[in-house]
Design a protein around this ligand. Sequence first.
Ligand SMILES: Cc1cc2nc3c(=O)[nH]c(=O)nc-3n(C[C@H](O)[C@H](O)[C@H](O)COP(=O)(O)OP(=O)(O)OC[C@H]3O[C@@H](n4cnc5c(N)ncnc54)[C@H](O)[C@@H]3O)c2cc1C
Length: 381
Amino acid sequence: MVRNAIVVGGGIGGLTAATALAQRGVAVTLTEQAPEITEVGAGLQISPNGLAVLRALGLEQALDRRGAVQAEAVVLEDFRKGRQVARLDLRRLQGQRYLFVHRADLVAVLVRAAQEANVSIELGRRAVAVVPAPLSEVRYEDGSAARAELVVCADGLHSVGRESITGPTTAQFTGQVAWRALVPNPEKEPIAKVTMGPGRHVVRYPLRGGDMTNIVAVQEREAWAEEGWHQSDDPANLRAAFADFGDPVRALLAAVEEVKLWGLFRHPVAETWVKHSAALLGDAAHPTLPFMAQGANLALEDAWVLARVAVTGDDLSRYQVLRRARAARVVSAASGNAWKYHLRPGPVRWAAHRALSMGSRLAPGVMMSQFDWIYRHDVTD
Ligand SMILES: Cc1cc2nc3c(=O)[nH]c(=O)nc-3n(C[C@H](O)[C@H](O)[C@H](O)COP(=O)(O)OP(=O)(O)OC[C@H]3O[C@@H](n4cnc5c(N)ncnc54)[C@H](O)[C@@H]3O)c2cc1C
């Protein structure tokens, strides 16, 4: 059994792994590069598979207290006048909850849980290398180093541990960018709405008890954009890209005052997740396009499984055996999903929308059950 661990990265995956390990009696140090643990002002869809982990850690009610919105449906709309094309009824998830959560709220809940489980959180500590070994080592920018029986690389897309564990990998620009913004919420329904236009779509859903709306707007384009939330953009660019969308999207975009732009890249899922006592987790192992809203949910699943394997005394490689195929399947489903929202006017779009519309009216259960393999997967069982 692992007795001590260093977790590199205090995002959703790292905080969850640290908490899950510490709750099982492992002495955990979490090192985060930022001077404080914060999150971008944006929303997150937590589906039943991710929520199962938060519930098992005892955190579901804390999320509810912070105004998590329980989703009732996902509605697909046409871009011109917002005509409904299809509706996925999330109440058919039978007792399972699908939540819209503010990322900062989830992170605050996780930080508190980590502190209560006695995780030692060290801020402003940027790792520059991870050296996998029977006692793996983390080297920091300030010249210090530390070793542990388990080193968890939960340091996201640009992980410093990824190369030393799995070797070099390259990412490919998908030709798509995503803008993100929060605006006051004019629509109170607990519904995610996906408005589909040619080469573009906009997703919006309510946050914090319905006080705000989270907007993710995706456009196919050739101009490259950086991968990460550091790049601000002029809201006028967002409005121009969706100028031919009708209300209510147009009115929502008119209210945007601040917006971030993220270039969407396709990354291979890491071939090797575990080397000696170092392991990759979350986006460090399997960066995921946002089209299934599963990146953070997969990180939650990883965290639970890694903690369980680490304390049962199993070989750590069991973690990869339990996780890689599932993560790869979700990543591939997300990669294959965008085109469905972006069809150009013409017979293919007409037929696809008609099939969706008929499917959601005549066989709503079948529409929903195609996602069972994602949502009903409970790693805590
Ligand atoms: C447009 C968009 C929408 C999305 N929507 C959803 C959604 O609705 N649902 C969902 O499940 N997922 C969603 N995702 C994906 C989700 O945001 C990520 O998969 C998730 O945040 C990954 O968590 P992580 O902990 O692995 O990495 P991160 O959240 O990136 O955390 C990594 C942490 O490590 C720290 N760090 C980095 N390098 C170092 C270093 N060298 N030393 C120390 N610390 C370091 C960082 O500061 C950060 O705190 C979306 C993504 C995008 C782009």
